[in-house]
Design a protein around this ligand. Structure first.
Ligand code: CTP
Length: 404
């Protein structure tokens, strides 16, 4: 069993303004609590028309703050205390009206007054409204003003809207907002950097229905994409077939075979400067020569066919050999003699940093233990959640880039 991931507990003040997306704030509250955070909800009067405060109270385990005149705190100073005790202030959904009031500094209800009193508390607004409302110059002006005032705007996303129209203005999904919120507490150590990551297995077809693959889940590459994005990098993820959804914040290029992965990686490197290449994919070393146009059929009485294999390109070694090679980080999935095998692999591939792990003890799990290997030696990292490990690696890479 994988242990559940518990982010170190933070206090989140979650403001909900009036909009149909208020129903998604219920799920966001649940996700925040599940991730180990404490959530204090504040609702505007309009928000209570969309979802009941009792629902939010039950999900957050705390009484919901509703107005300036019935304070939760004995001081009677909810409009100051609730935000000063928070590690992050999030408004989701942020309606056009709430944004307008915040942009011009009004304090005509508890939520807008808290936005005035937020001081240095990291603040994130998730706009949600009809596409024509979002495109209106007044809303765009307010959005720009809020950004200038140090507020981070998350989204809006694009797609089908509650009114039936299609366009920009959808609130980000709760899972995406959780990433945005947790990113508020990360240092932007890769800001301005471009990071290219390979992830997942590759699938090498033999005939129309069969092929060679491996047990990589893609979770480590996904965790690295998230950790690099949180650190401010522009992230491109070249991913083999996995069951995971494209990660928020990264551009994902889906591939199937090792040759497609190699072509996608080289296309990215040729198109734009890239600072870091992290090869987290479990690339199949061999591919079967195509056996037949369609499906290989059993022949009565005949011996079973065996695939004829040919070597796949070594993507990491080829990237590391380019004259314009980015800072290359490899992974070594070993089954035994981890240190010796991984050290030899680092030299063979010509990469400055290699993360060694035991494949059978990491594939499919949410956690991993590994050893970092560079020219000066090896350092063990204890077993930890893959996201925490990815964050450690991102810091390690950032400090090596800075010292380059
Ligand atoms: N890798 C790659 N292309 C390949 C094989 C591996 O880019 N064709 C990368 C992996 O993404 C990983 C590193 O090389 O970062 C090491 O992969 P691993 O599977 O551990 O090693 P192999 O090179 O396949 O060697 P072996 O299977 O003999 O251990």
């Amino acid at each position: 069993m994988n242990p559940p991931r518990i982010e170190s507990s933070r206090r989140v003040l979650l403001g909900i303004s009036g909009g149909i997306a208020a129903y998604k704030a219920c799920e966001l509250t649940r996700l925040l609590v599940k991730a180990g955070h404490q959530v204090q909800v504040v609702m505007t009067d309009a928000a209570t028309r969309f979802v009941g405060p009792v629902t939010l109270q039950a999900l957050s385990g705390r009484e919901v703050a509703l107005d300036n005149w019935h304070a939760l705190r004995a001081s009677g100073m909810d409009h100051i205390d609730l935000v000063r005790e928070a590690d992050a202030f999030v408004v989701a959904p942020a309606s056009a009206d709430l944004m307008a009031r915040a942009a011009c500094g009004m304090g005509d209800d508890l939520l807008s007054t808290l936005l005035l009193a937020r001081d240095a508390v990291p603040t994130l607004l998730a706009p949600a409204m009809n596409r024509a409302m979002w495109a209106h110059p007044a809303v765009q002006r307010n959005a720009e003003q809020l950004r200038r005032d140090g507020v981070r705007l998350a989204g809006p996303g694009s797609g089908e809207q509650a009114c039936g129209e299609v366009g920009d203005g959808r609130m980000l999904e709760p899972a995406q907002l959780l990433w945005e919120i947790e990113a508020l507490w990360r240092a932007p150590v890769l800001r301005g950097r471009r990071v290219l990551i390979t992830a997942g297995p590759t699938f090498e077809p033999w005939d129309a229905v069969r092929g060679l693959s491996n047990r990589s889940s893609g979770k480590m590459g996904w965790a690295l994409a998230r950790a690099a994005w949180e650190a401010g990098a522009e992230v491109v993820l070249v991913a083999g077939p996995t069951a995971l959804q494209a990660p928020h914040g990264a551009r994902t290029v889906a591939v199937e075979t090792a040759v497609q992965m190699q072509q996608a990686v080289f296309a990215e490197l040729d198109a734009q400067r890239c600072d870091v290449f992290i090869a987290a994919a479990a690339v199949a070393d061999w591919r079967p020569r195509p056996a037949a146009q369609g499906k290989l059929k059993k022949q009565p009485g005949a011996a079973p066919p065996s695939p004829e294999l040919e070597l796949n390109p070594d993507i990491l070694a080829e990237v590391a050999a380019r004259p314009d090679a980015p800072y290359c980080v490899g992974f070594a999935a070993e089954a035994q003699d981890l240190l010796a095998n991984a050290q030899a692999k680092r030299e063979r591939k010509g990469v400055p940093l290699l993360v060694g792990n035991l494949g059978p003890q990491t594939f499919g799990r949410d956690d991993n233990a590994c050893v970092l290997i560079d020219a000066s030696g090896a350092r063990e990292l204890p077993r930890m959640d893959k996201l925490e490990l990815a964050r450690e690696l991102v810091h390690e890479i950032a400090s090596r880039l800075a010292g380059r």
